[in-house]
Design a protein around this ligand. Sequence first.
Ligand code: COA
Length: 319
Amino acid sequence: MTNPGFRFAGVGAVLPDTIVTNDDLGKNMDTSDQWIRERTGIGSRRVGGTTSGLAAEAAALAMKRANVGPDDIDQLLLATTSPDYMLPGTAPAVAEILGLDCGAIDIQAACSGWVYGLVMANGLLLQGEERILVVGAETLDRMTDYTDRGTGILFGNGAGAAVVEKDSSGAGELLGWDLGADGKYIKILWAEHAGTMKMDGKEVFRQAVIAIQRSANAALDRAGLTVEDIDFVIPHQANIRIVEAAWKRLGFTMEQTGMRLEETGNTSAASIPLALDKVLDDGRISDGDTVMFIGFGAGMTWATTIVRWSGDDRSAVTS
Ligand code: COA
């Protein structure tokens, strides 16, 4: 099959309005701003909203930046680990809000979900579709125990979205990818129906560093690239120390890394597109750059994509 190319026509992201600072959390649990910042890199997180509402808002921004309407979207992939309902999925609700008339499906791969979605979107483009909406959206406040200082400090709400489309010019391309899962590790980070998240933080930390290293290397091998070929990396935003530990092993620098953890906390499937949106605002990625996205999380799951960047030109946006 001919390579369809892969272009980020538009990216958008939103955070709900209500901010919960580390000091706010300190009123209800034995913790402090200093401890949370030093051990995680998190300064605050957002709460409130619904998963479908945040997803639709982020997607509408991405569609506006891509200059496309509802009829131009061929499929909607929504990565979420905090759906509005147990049944049905949340993607049809998002499609309804946006006025889409296309397939709409949830991806539940925890914090790796949005990167899984990019790989699936590339597959759909290979099958002949023109344009896919890939959204990551979470309302993790509904599954977080704010009396447990082991988990209650980490998570937040938000959404990010990208319109990805064929790029016949050959400028943009998905160069390499890796998807993985290991169900041995379910009970290091999980939630029962209607329950809150339980976690073995130390083991999650250890396995996350291993997964990042393994997945990044597998995607590089598939692309026939090395770490030196990568211009920019956006990892899942869970804990700054996880990223630093993995980077020490891989050889990436923080200067080439997109982070938004300080103001968002861990927003699971939304974290990478939320960080990407800020990176584009700051003009840190340009056409032709080789960009890596690395997701990892509960399952365990992990996912990496390497793209030659083409698309969203933030400087052209006026409002
Ligand atoms: N505030 C203050 N003190 C805390 C605390 C908090 N929120 N959480 C734990 N502590 C205390 C512990 O009780 C312990 O005290 P002690 O030495 O007197 O026994 C001490 O701080 C160290 O605890 P520890 O559990 O070793 O801390 P840590 O450095 O492992 O950090 C996490 C805990 C949860 C921040 C860290 O393990 C982590 O981030 N893991 C990965 C979690 C993650 O990213 N999950 C999502 C993956 S997608």
